[in-house]
Design a protein around this ligand. Structure first.
Ligand code: SAM
Ligand code: SF4
Length: 363
């Protein structure tokens, strides 16, 4: 089941401020989630394997220009150990994320993927930036199942201004996403909400692009300013009628609308959302369209150094504490933890819902 929300509807919902109307949007997204991906919440153990990065993204605290940040790269056996911990906690997937770090060599990474696949039943998701085709192909061959690469915004001019190319090689994350699909990866992307200069119109285009790319996973979080970055020192001008605010409410709207246009996608309640509402941001995300959590398995000694933005949620908790806390949060909202890898393509059959008679246009 998918609704045929058009650009004008998405735009109107993004601008909606009436709480009673928004309640209808949350309910509709929650129903769509339940009918299409069920009540299971899939847990992906996140391991932040390196904070080295060659890029100069204007939004991110890991950018190469952040010279005072102490850099680390996990050892292979530390990564394998974190994967074993994921198995111990009953997770179906391990997500290996890093800055765009060419110290992570093709062969070294392929060896780690091979070992995890040989030793564990885990699905392996990579999120290692815009790596050349030969790396992506080698890692797929080694057994990696999924790749995450957010396009951040579909507004090319805005993207180019906040994500400079590497030595004049143009960046085309959309082209890489299409290539990842050809290579057979389950493919994930996503955006930040409230980037300075992001308009309502472009956020509506982002949501339509999720549908066009037929993504398997879609991550949506608020832009959180980092003081050591160019965008961290410029204020988001919310006085401008066109500027998307980087608020919690805007993230819920984008998550709910994404669930409506991509009913079967895996959509996490992101750490960035938990960071701006530590009390119950994740729960509200799960009740407004999301179906995935990513508990952090990065060893504590590195956790603080993976400083994409300040005051990140869960930087003091051990993997064990994170696991216990999330299990409790999931049960409290009447959901249960999913079994197995929980990929979009190998999901267990859920009864096909009947198409709904009326469209959910914004009226
Ligand atoms: N280097 C890889 C990449 O860029 O795809 C993966 C790691 S990167 C830190 C993961 C994501 O963090 C980015 O895609 C971006 O959306 C998000 N991010 C970076 N800086 C952020 C900020 N200031 N606020 C919110 N999210 C941010
Ligand atoms: Fe590097 Fe990714 Fe951060 Fe950009 S968003 S600076 S590529 S870690």
């Amino acid at each position: 089941m998918s609704t045929t929300l058009q650009h004008a509807d998405i735009l109107a919902w993004l601008r909606e401020a009436n709480p009673a109307q928004l309640e209808k949007l949350w309910q509709r997204a929650d129903t769509m989630r339940r009918l299409n991906v069920g009540d299971a919440v899939h847990l992906r153990g996140l391991v932040e394997i390196s904070n080295h990065c060659v890029r100069q993204c204007a939004y991110c605290g890991l950018r190469a220009g952040h010279e005072t940040l102490v850099r680390y790269r996990m050892e292979a056996d530390e990564i394998i150990e974190a994967a074993r911990q994921a198995v111990k906690f009953g997770y179906g997937t391990v997500v290996l994320q890093a800055g765009e770090d060419y110290g992570i060599t093709t062969g070294w990474m392929a060896g780690i993927i091979r070992q995890i696949k040989a030793e564990t039943p885990l699905a392996v998701t990579l999120s290692l930036g815009e790596r050349p085709d030969k790396d992506l192909a080698a890692w797929r061959k080694a057994g990696a199942d999924r790749y995450l690469l957010r396009f951040e915004t579909s507004d090319r001019v805005l993207f180019n201004s906040i994500h400079p190319p590497l030595s004049h090689h143009p960046c085309d994350r959309i082209a890489i996403l299409r290539r990842l699909k050809q290579l057979g990866f389950e493919t994930g992307s996503g955006v930040m909400v409230g980037i300075p200069g992001q308009t309502f119109d472009s956020l509506a285009n982002d949501i339509a692009l999720f549908r066009e790319l037929d993504l398997d996973m879609i991550g949506i979080g608020p832009f959180i300013p980092h003081p050591a970055t160019p965008l961290g020192v410029s204020r988001v001008n919310t006085e401008l009628q066109t500027q998307v605010p980087n608020t919690e409410l805007m993230v819920y709207k984008a998550v709910a609308l994404t669930r409506l246009v991509c009913p079967k996608a895996n959509i996490p309640a992101t750490t960035a959302l938990a960071t701006i509402n530590k009390r119950n941001g994740r729960e509200l995300g799960l009740q407004r369209g999301a179906n995935v959590f990513m508990p952090n398995l990065t060893p504590l000694k590195y956790r603080r150094l993976y400083e994409i933005y300040p005051a990140k949620a869960c930087i003091e908790e051990t993997g064990n504490a994170c696991n216990n806390c999330l299990t409790l949060r999931i049960r409290k909202i009447g959901r249960h933890i999913g079994n197995g890898p929980g990929g979009r393509r190998q999901r267990a059959a859920i009864p096909t819902p009947q198409p709904q008679p009326e469209e959910f246009c914004h009226a």
